[in-house]
Design a protein. Structure first.
Length: 109
């Protein structure tokens, strides 16, 4: 098994969500994040907040996590790459991490 972490713009979440479900992702976890990366230095601007100029310290991103079986890994990665070709969606950054063990503990209802 592998865990895929994809960092995308918040505005493109619905497009990626639909594409991943169509590609066979069985579950998706979404995190709202902020960070500094390569585009930070290009987009390092000041914004006006309540009439005051403020330097934008971090860039808003969404982290999408998907755990997939090894046989579906290439399909999900291909889906992410194909969806990212839409120029309005912005930058996509993907990490693939091995999952050594996974199990579910059911509730005792």
């Amino acid at each position: 098994m592998k865990k895929i972490e994809a960092y995308i713009r918040p505005s493109s979440l619905t497009v990626y969500h639909k594409a991943l479900i169509d590609a066979g992702a069985k579950g998706i976890t979404v995190w709202q994040t902020k960070g500094i990366g390569a585009t930070y230095h290009e987009d390092n601007k000041t914004v006006v907040f309540r009439g005051t100029e403020v330097k934008k310290n971090y860039i808003d991103r969404v982290r999408v996590e998907i755990v997939v079986e090894d046989d579906n890994l290439e399909n999900i990665i291909a889906c992410l790459k194909e969806t990212a070709k839409n120029p309005s969606l912005g930058t996509l950054q993907v990490f693939v991490i091995p999952v050594l063990e996974s199990f579910r503990i059911p509730s005792e209802e």
